[in-house]
Design a protein around this ligand. Structure first.
Ligand code: HEC
Ligand code: HEC
Ligand code: HEC
Ligand code: HEC
Length: 207
């Protein structure tokens, strides 16, 4: 009987965790991403793309109902002699709705420190992609490259990366900003998909 109620408690805990877990979009309310108290509309427009918030283009709404002007910057790419999965440019042109780089490109609507400087100023640490003040994306953890353990034997199996709650995007399993970050939830600060205590986030991919 005791054992049964213990099992029931565990099941209840799992169900509760699943329903309040990191996937919930409402977690964004009250965080830095609830820009000016605009909630979801800080980033998504139900209609008319960025024009809905004084931007210039309705076309942005074709990409995840985006409610911001798109960046027009070129960010450059990280490289090194030991890098096996080469990175490709995130910016320069708007992605199509199915292009995996949009999971980094959209962050640059604010985090390039150029496109909406009223939201994140050019010299702030948060302007990680700023092309003139912080070397664009050349001095940041690489993004927009394949996650392919056959190219780099130091990488964990794809199944264990996704089991750790991290996300890889597109048919060739690319790493993007949103692989490590959950834009909608700051419960593991700063907007992380997995705590990096004891470098747990890093070693989920780099064994
Ligand atoms: C700071 C900007 C920002 C805010 C605010 C925001 N989102 Fe998002 N949203 C994004 C980005 C970037 C993506 C793509 C990356 C991803 O999937 O995490 C996305 C993806 C999505 C998706 C599609 C992907 C999925 O996981 O299903 C939905 C649906 C969504 N958001 C709904 C919402 C809702 C509802 C709110 C408000 C409660 C909200 N978003 C607030 C930036 C934002
Ligand atoms: C609508 C604009 C907007 C978009 C789009 C956006 N952010 Fe942010 N983000 C902000 C603002 C504003 C801050 C707070 C900056 C400050 O403290 O000055 C912030 C802060 C952060 C922080 C730091 C939080 C902390 O506590 O230090 C992270 C990490 C972050 N954003 C990641 C992302 C990622 C990843 C994406 C894309 C998937 C994204 N953001 C998209 C506006 C945005
Ligand atoms: C490989 C995982 C990973 C990727 C990919 C990644 N980040 Fe981060 N990011 C982190 C971690 C971990 C921190 C916390 C660093 C710390 O505490 O010093 C962080 C911190 C930040 C911060 C807070 C300010 C700062 O400089 O510490 C911002 C803003 C941010 N990331 C945005 C982004 C954006 C935008 C992208 C895509 C271009 C991105 N991140 C890609 C892991 C990642
Ligand atoms: C989502 C998986 C993922 C996470 C999480 C992750 N990385 Fe990476 N990282 C990669 C991939 C993939 C590469 C490209 C490796 C290659 O192909 O050589 C890379 C490359 C790097 C490189 C450049 C290697 C070189 O040869 O130039 C460094 C350094 C690095 N990561 C450090 C970190 C640190 C530190 C953390 C934790 C904050 C982290 N990574 C978290 C996937 C990840």
């Amino acid at each position: 009987m005791k054992r049964l109620s213990y099992i029931a408690l565990v099941i209840l805990a799992i169900v509760t965790l699943a329903s309040t877990g990191w996937a919930q979009k409402a977690g964004v309310i009250g965080t830095h991403h609830d820009v000016g108290g605009n909630g979801c509309k800080s980033c998504h427009a139900p209609h008319n793309g960025s024009v809905a918030t004084g931007g210039a283009s309705q076309a942005t709404g074709k990409i995840l109902l985006w409610d911001r002007d798109f960046t027009t910057q070129t960010f450059g790419t990280y490289s090194s002699p030991t890098l096996n999965n080469a990175t490709t440019e995130v910016g320069a042109s708007a992605p199509t709705a199915t292009d995996p780089r949009l999971y980094s490109f959209l962050c640059m609507s604010c985090h390039d420190g150029v496109t909406t400087p009223s939201v994140i100023g050019p010299t702030k640490d948060e302007a990680v992609g700023n092309p003139t003040n912080s070397f664009g994306l050349q001095n940041d953890h690489p993004v927009n490259m394949n996650y392919d353990p056959t190219q780099d034997s130091g990488l964990a199996a794809i199944a264990s990366v996704t089991a750790a709650g991290l996300k890889l995007y597109g048919a060739s399993n690319t790493v993007q900003c949103a692989s490590c970050h959950n834009v909608h939830n700051d419960s593991i600060s700063p907007f992380l998909r997995k705590s990096n205590a004891g470098s747990a986030l890093c070693v989920a991919c780099h064994t």
